[in-house]
Design a protein around this ligand. Structure first.
Ligand code: MNH
Length: 453
């Protein structure tokens, strides 16, 4: 199997990795070494897949499955056997999956639509009030929106996200994610990078997040916050149809933590990248506005209209092609097998680098770096193999929040585009930070309120 040059004894390829931007580094390796290669991390072998037929193979659920290995498994300190971090065999996964699947269907989005729209309105008003005071910190503010959306739609809990002071949950969560993502490189050197302060801080952050979540659950149980048909109520009341059992208190807490984390960083990253590209492509903004006007007129966007915003949706799809919020995920072989003709042993962790797959010239043609929503016109999508585009993962463990994220993102972008002109800051060059998920670094934009609605 191809491997990077200059491999060292003991350390292997470690010095050639980039602890700050690990997945972007892997994507560069793909360009150098091809669709399948191996790296050695202090004696541990990791197989990397970055494109072509190998991707189709590794997505085959009959032969491969999700692997819960670092950095994902580091999140188990926080979210235990919650949906995202559970091992495939853990009963809590199947139970929670069965109970929650109906709540994430496309038609269930009707239940969340009005709250989502209200949160978008909250963000737009927040921006309008600040319009005269200079550029806006996009990544931070899209985070306000998406955390507010998942808190309110999922659990009837407001983080009061558009207040000047941010909820302490946000800081703890950011630190905990950073900790989990860096602790992945399980090396003595890393202890020094992390520092003992961070090591002592992490349990405190987890404690604060857990306490916040326990308060949310207790408020609903005691009737302090009213009963609503949301994720939390479903978990409290609906037994798993297979086992007939209700989710345990611990499982419910793990799922709430999981949704708060998995459900908002990703969508915030998506919105940030989309706004970056839109700021540089005014003709796309015009096309989107024309569509929004045609579908929705001057009225607030209704639930049924969201799927009709086809062009806005293509902007979302193309953003997730270039910058899939979860830029890579892990698979493993179910048995001793082969991959692209190379022998792979049972359990071998395999990293699928979406950042590379989504730009594979063999699947997407030349010029894969340009932002072009029309790559997602129906005919173009049909012309590509299904494995070319997997921003929400594959198989049984694919993203449960896909419809939720897409509904929210289309609604938010449509709302923002009708209310603001988006002006880039001269000289800004996109750079991308990784904290398990990816986001544009230091992205500011000038938002000029438009006189509509
Ligand atoms: Mn989400 C799993 C991407 C939004 C909740 N998500 C995954 C996986 C990817 C992913 C990729 C598979 C990871 C793996 O194989 O290890 N998720 C996204 C992206 C967005 C997103 C790109 C937004 C854009 N995710 C959301 C939202 C929620 C959510 C919103 C919840 C409200 N995601 C999850 C959960 C899982 C998951 C829960 C784990 C599902 C499972 O294993 O059963």
């Amino acid at each position: 199997m191809p491997r990077p040059a200059w491999r060292l004894p003991v350390l292997g390829d470690v010095l050639r990795l980039d602890p700050k931007r690990p997945v972007q580094r892997e994507a560069r390796f793909v360009r150098e070494l091809g669709d399948v290669f191996e790296i050695d991390i202090v004696g541990k072998k990791l197989v990397v897949v970055g494109g072509g037929d190998a991707a189709a193979e590794v997505f085959d659920e009959a032969r491969f499955a999700k692997a819960v290995v670092p950095p994902v498994s580091n999140l188990r300190d926080l979210a235990g056997d919650g949906l995202f971090t559970a091992y495939n065999s853990e009963p809590a996964w199947a139970q929670a999956h069965n109970v929650l699947m109906p709540a994430f269907s496309q038609s269930s989005m009707r239940n969340y639509h009005d709250i989502m729209a209200d949160c978008v309105d909250g963000l737009c008003r927040y921006w309008e009030e600040r319009a005269s005071s200079g550029p806006v910190d996009i990544t931070s503010d899209t985070n306000r929106l998406t955390l507010e959306v998942i808190g309110r739609t999922g659990f009837g809990y407001s983080f009061d996200s558009f207040a000047a002071e941010r909820h302490p949950f946000v800081e703890s969560m950011t630190r905990a994610l950073s900790f989990a993502s860096q602790a992945a490189n399980d090396l003595p050197v890393v202890r020094e990078i992390l520092g003992w302060r961070a090591i002592r801080q992490n349990p405190k952050d987890i404690e604060l997040m857990t306490r916040t979540v326990d308060e949310v659950i207790a408020a609903r149980r005691s009737g302090v916050s009213p009963r609503r048909d949301d994720l939390l109520q479903k978990m409290l009341e609906n037994p798993d149809p297979e086992s007939g059992e209700l989710l345990s208190d611990e499982s419910i807490r793990n799922q709430v933590l999981t949704f708060l984390v998995a459900g908002h960083e990703t969508t915030a990253g998506l919105l940030s990248f989309a706004l970056h590209y839109l700021s540089r492509n005014p003709e796309m903004v015009e096309r989107a506005r024309e569509e929004i006007g045609r579908v929705c007129g001057e009225e607030p966007i209704r639930f049924e209209q969201v799927p009709k915003l086809r062009y806005v949706r293509r902007i979302v799809d193309e953003t997730l092609r270039l910058w899939p919020s979860g830029p890579a995920f892990f698979r493993k072989a179910r048995t001793d097998t082969t991959l692209d003709g190379y022998r792979i042993s049972k359990g071998q962790p395999i990293l699928v680098v979406l950042l590379a797959l989504h730009r594979d010239p063999a699947l997407w043609g030349e010029d894969t770096e340009t932002f072009d929503p029309d790559r997602f016109l129906p005919a173009a999508v049909r012309a590509r193999p299904a494995h070319a585009y997997k921003p929400f993962g594959v198989g049984a463990r694919a993203c449960i929040g896909r419809q939720f994220a897409l509904h929210e993102a289309v609604l938010a972008l449509a709302g923002i585009l009708t209310r603001f002109d988006i002006v880039p800051i001269p000289g800004y060059e996109l750079s991308v930070a990784e904290l398990l998920t990816i986001r544009p670094e230091n992205l500011e934009l000038e938002l000029r309120p438009r006189n509509r609605r």
